[in-house]
Design a protein around this ligand. Structure first.
Ligand code: ADP
Ligand code: MN
Ligand code: MN
Ligand code: MN
Length: 337
C-alpha cells in the first residue's frame, strides 16, 4: 500500500466564468487508483456560490483521473458537482451536455501571462514594440526569459498526465501564448482542457505569474484578444462530407449564430469586432483558409471533397469547453445526413 495524494478538482458556481477549485485527500492504494476506486467527497458549497450557508454540503463525483507528476503518488481527479439529494447541481454543465465519442474536438487555448497587472514583458508604463515579431517568435526581446520555461513545464506535466496536449506557440501579442488539446468526445476533450488549465494556473503560482484568460485584456487597442478556436469533426464529416452537406451545416450554424455566441465566452463583443483576424459578433461567415471568417475551412477540407474538420473561430479563451462542444453537436444534430 502507498499513500496517494488525490487532488479533487471541480468548477464552482461563479458566473459568467466558473473558477476551478481543488483540495487534497490522502488515501491508501496498492497501485495508481482507477476511477471506480475513487470515493465521492464533499465540500462547503456556501464558499463557492453553490449552496446557501444553512445547507452547504455539495458532493464531488470523480469523472476522470490523471497522474500528477509534480507530486509523489499524485493524482488529479476531475469531478462533477452534485447536490445532497443526488441530482446534478445547477452549476454542473457537464452532466447534461451532448456527447459523441466519434465527434473529435481540438481546442486552441490562447491566454496571456500577467504580472503586476500587465502582460508579462510589458514595461511599467506604456507599451512594448507593436505586434509583429511575437507570434511564433524567438529570442529574449520577443518572449522574455521565463515564459518558455513555463510553457515547456506545462507541456511535460500534461503529457505525464496523459492529456492530449498537441502543441504550443507564442501568440501575436507580447506575453500571449497558446496550447492545443485534442480529444475524441466532448467530455474527454473538455475534461482535458479544464485539467490543462488547472495545471497551468497551479504551475504559474511559483513564478508569481497569473494566467489571464479574458478575451480582450488590453481592451480596444491594437493588441490581439484571446480565443479558443474549436476545431471539430464528426464521423460523417470525416468519412462522407460533400458540398451539399457542408452548405446545409453552415446554414444551420448561421441560423443558430446567437445561440452559439451565448456559450462562446463572456465579453466576446470586445474581441469579435471584424478586426484582428475575427468576424463581427453578429455576423456569420465561412471561408476557405479565411481567418477573418466565423468558420475557417481548411484547404484540405475542400480538396478532399468537403471532408475533414472545420474550425469555429468564435469561442473565446474564457469559454467553457463543455458547453462549446455541446452547442456544436446540437447544431450538427439538426442537419439531416
Ligand atoms: P491554427 O492555429 O492554424 O488554427 P492549430 O494547429 O493551432 O491550427 O490547431 C488545429 C487543431 O485542429 C488542433 O488542435 C488539432 O487537434 C485539431 N484537429 C486536427 N484534425 C482534427 C479533426 N479531424 N477533428 C477535430 N479536430 C482536429
Ligand atoms: Mn493555433
Ligand atoms: Mn492562435
Ligand atoms: Mn486556429
Amino acid at each position: 500500500m502507498a499513500k496517494y495524494k488525490l487532488e479533487y478538482i471541480w468548477l464552482d458556481g461563479y458566473q459568467p466564468v466558473r473558477n476551478m477549485r481543488s483540495k487534497t485527500q490522502i488515501k491508501d492504494y496498492a497501485s495508481f487508483p482507477k476511477l471506480e476506486e475513487l470515493p465521492d467527497w464533499g465540500f462547503d458549497g456556501s464558499s463557492t456560490q453553490q449552496a446557501p450557508g444553512g445547507s452547504s454540503d455539495c458532493v464531488l463525483k470523480p469523472v476522470a483521473v490523471y497522474p500528477d507528476s509534480t507530486r509523489k503518488n499524485g493524482v488529479l481527479v476531475m469531478c462533477e458537482v452534485y447536490s445532497a439529494d443526488g441530482t446534478p447541481h445547477s452549476s454542473n454543465d457537464r452532466a447534461t451536455i451532448l456527447d459523441d465519442p466519434d465527434a473529435w474536438f481540438g481546442f486552441e487555448q490562447e491566454y496571456f501571462f500577467f504580472q503586476d497587472g500587465r502582460p508579462l514583458g510589458f514595461p511599467e508604463n506604456g507599451y512594448p514594440a507593436p505586434q509583429g515579431p511575437y507570434y511564433t517568435g524567438v529570442g529574449y526581446k520577443n518572449v522574455g526569459d521565463v515564459a518558455r520555461q513555463i510553457v515547456e513545464e506545462h507541456l511535460e506535466i500534461c503529457l505525464d498526465a496523459g492529456i492530449n496536449h498537441e502543441g504550443i506557440n507564442a501568440e501575436v501579442a507580447k506575453g500571449q501564448w497558446e496550447f492545443q488539446i485534442f480529444g475524441k468526445g466532448s467530455k474527454v476533450c473538455a475534461d482535458q482542457m479544464w485539467v490543462a488549465r488547472y495545471i497551468l494556473n497551479r504551475l504559474c503560482e511559483k513564478y508569481a505569474i497569473d494566467v489571464e484568460y479574458h478575451c480582450k485584456p488590453l481592451g480596444a487597442t491594437d493588441w490581439n484578444g484571446s480565443g479558443m478556436h474549436a476545431n471539430f469533426s464528426t464521423k460523417h464529416l470525416r468519412e462522407v462530407g460533400g458540398e451539399a452537406y457542408f452548405l446545409a451545416l453552415m446554414a444551420q450554424f448561421e441560423k443558430n449564430c446567437m445561440e452559439h455566441i451565448a456559450v462562446y465566452g463572456p465579453d466576446n463583443h470586445l474581441r469579435l469586432t471584424g478586426l484582428h483576424e475575427t468576424q463581427s459578433i453578429d455576423k456569420f461567415s465561412w471561408g476557405i483558409a479565411d481567418r477573418g471568417a466565423s468558420v475557417r475551412v481548411p484547404h484540405s477540407f475542400k480538396k478532399n471533397d468537403w471532408k475533414g474538420y472545420l474550425e469555429d473561430r468564435r469561442p473565446n479563451s474564457q469559454g467553457d469547453p463543455y458547453q462549446i462542444a455541446s452547442r456544436i453537436l446540437k447544431t450538427i444534430s439538426e442537419v439531416a445526413i
